[in-house]
Design a protein around this ligand. Structure first.
Ligand code: HEC
Ligand code: HEC
Ligand code: HEC
Length: 183
């Protein structure tokens, strides 16, 4: 009996481990976006199946930057998919280091990881004046949905993964971030 119980505990433990490895998401009929009455729902692929082997971040959400770099996804370059049909994205590899971060590591803003999905005018000049340190960004405003918070925590990775933005330690940034980054 004890052995039987033990194997159930081990099995349940193993199952939750396996589950933690796959992206958790709603089925299409219950996601609140798709019409469960519409027949088309039967031909659409379930997200959990489509994203079964997608790279995840430490919180178990899809890491979309790794997904694009590893070729798991290849987003269209314009709204219509036709090179000349819409505004084309222009990839630009330029990092900006934002240093008003108090004891947190500085923020590396990578233009490349953004311009793989967005055009310059998605951000400039409405969200950010394209000039170094011209925007007076604070964490408080970000949490209220301004600046980076226009997308992060909504369509881009959550604000809880501080280290993905605060990735450049400096002299007075707390030890824990430096240790984490050494791993
Ligand atoms: C996701 C938003 C976003 C997108 C898209 C974006 N940028 Fe930026 N850009 C920023 C941020 C944030 C800064 C830093 C502003 C600051 O320091 O306050 C910046 C800064 C700049 C700067 C000033 C750099 C400096 O050293 O003074 C230029 C120039 C610029 N961007 C051009 C572009 C161009 C060209 C594109 C399209 C190829 C583009 N940006 C796309 C967010 C974006
Ligand atoms: C999407 C990117 C992003 C994430 C995620 C993020 N931050 Fe920030 N943080 C920023 C930017 C940008 C600034 C302003 C830097 C500048 O203007 O020089 C900032 C500034 C700060 C500051 C400086 C003081 C202030 O209030 O503005 C602190 C402290 C801070 N962040 C803490 C955190 C903590 C803690 C987390 C995780 C819970 C976090 N941040 C997650 C982008 C981010
Ligand atoms: C217009 C929407 C938008 C804005 C505004 C925006 N981001 Fe992003 N960001 C994205 C998208 C989309 C991605 C790629 C998808 C993802 O990683 O979730 C991304 C990815 C990133 C990455 C790449 C992480 C990696 O693993 O390489 C960093 C770092 C980042 N953003 C920081 C910032 C910071 C800092 C700001 C504000 C200064 C900001 N973002 C503003 C949409 C935005």
């Amino acid at each position: 009996m004890l052995r039987y119980l033990m194997s159930i505990i081990v099995l349940v433990g193993f199952m939750s481990f396996v589950q933690a490895e796959t992206y958790q998401t709603h089925r299409l009929v219950e996601d609140g976006i798709h019409d469960p009455e519409n027949d088309a729902i039967k031909i659409l692929q379930e997200p959990v199946e489509a994203m079964v082997d997608f790279p995840l971040d430490r919180r178990g959400k899809v890491n979309w930057v790794d997904a694009i770099r590893s070729g798991k996804i290849t987003p269209r370059k314009s709204l219509s998919g036709d090179e000349f049909g819409g505004e084309m994205m222009l990839e630009m590899d330029m990092d900006v280091i934002l240093k008003q971060t108090a004891n947190m590591p500085n923020v590396r803003f990578p233009h490349l990881a953004h311009t793989e999905w967005l055009t310059c005018n998605n951000c400039h000049p409405d969200i950010f004046i394209p000039q170094l340190e011209a925007n007076n960004i604070t964490m408080d405003k970000i949490f209220k949905g301004e600046f980076c918070g226009r997308c992060h925590d909504k369509v881009a990775f959550a604000l809880f993964t501080c280290e993905r933005c605060h990735s450049v330690p400096h002299e007075s940034s707390s030890e824990i971030w430096i240790k984490d980054l050494d791993k």
